[in-house]
Design a protein around this ligand. Structure first.
Ligand code: SF4
Length: 264
């Protein structure tokens, strides 16, 4: 079981602030990656994000390097970093995206940061697992211009097997996001041997249609995280499993019925 830490809202524990991102919402964005996640997906590309405590594992090839570069920031410090790129946001219709981990594990910090960004006229987005309480999500939704939510498996038992959590809370949050009525991007990470069969595509399609989702983005599995597992000294179930490409998903994509599926 993961240890529980509470940082309050004065500071947030962040493992990366990535500028000039083009894949996490509209336009040019700064992505703030917050530590902590209620899930432990077997394919996670950012395994260092899962635990809230900083993992001081040294790189075996470079003892000056750590597997986890997390540090604590005040809201003001994050705002100053984001503010540096305001001309790019304005020019491209971009903004700031909170990601993780699950950014709402540190919900007081995350929601306060979203509020301050919005107050200063910066477009706000979140990449969330939806594995959060209704109250926490409701408070965040008030500060958001876009919600990006991943749906990982249609079957709750298999969801638990692969992510450590049933899909109950994510689906409840999906309903909450649909009812909210703002811009919502639902994505499915397509993972070999987890949810990549045609039967999975049909079942996911039915599930999303039932929940009022009309469009979904398919994210082909990639191997970006493999080196991080080596650095952390953790087992990686997908070692050597080839990544997927858009052309690999043509049949899978075509199996979606009543829900438009695009490959991201
Ligand atoms: S929800 Fe995302 S950050 Fe959390 S374990 Fe899964 S892939 Fe990693």
């Amino acid at each position: 079981m993961k240890p529980r830490y509470s940082l309050g809202m004065a500071t947030g524990r962040i493992f990366n602030i990535q500028k000039f991102s083009l894949h996490d919402g509209p336009g040019i964005r700064t992505v703030v990656f917050l530590k902590g996640c209620p899930m432990s997906c077997s394919w996670c590309a950012n395994p260092e994000s899962q635990k809230l405590q900083v993992l001081r594992t040294r790189d075996v090839d470079d003892p000056n390097k750590f597997a986890d570069d997390s540090r604590d920031y005040t809201i003001q410090q994050v705002l100053e970093i984001c503010e540096q790129d305001r001309p790019f946001y304005d020019e491209s219709g971009g903004g700031v995206t909170l990601s993780g981990g699950e950014p709402l594990v540190q919900h007081r910090f995350a929601t306060s940061l979203l509020h301050e960004l919005r107050q200063s006229g910066i477009h706000t987005a979140i990449e969330t697992t939806g594995c959060v309480s209704e109250q926490v999500f409701a408070a965040a939704l008030e500060e958001l211009d876009l919600v990006i939510m991943d749906v990982k498996h249609w079957d709750s038992n298999q969801h638990r097997q692969w992510t450590g959590q049933p899909n109950t809370l994510p689906l409840r949050s999906l309903d909450q996001a649909v009812a909210w009525g703002g811009p919502l991007l639902v994505r499915i990470p397509v993972i070999p041997g987890v949810n990549d069969s045609i039967e999975d595509a049909k079942a996911l399609s039915s599930l999303l249609a039932e929940h009022g989702v009309r469009k979904v983005e398919l994210l082909p599995f990639h191997q970006f995280g493999e080196r991080k597992y080596e650095l952390l000294g953790w087992d990686y179930l997908f070692k050597g499993v080839p990544g997927l490409h858009a052309e690999d998903l043509a049949e899978y994509q075509a199996a979606f019925d009543g829900v438009e599926a695009v490959v991201g």
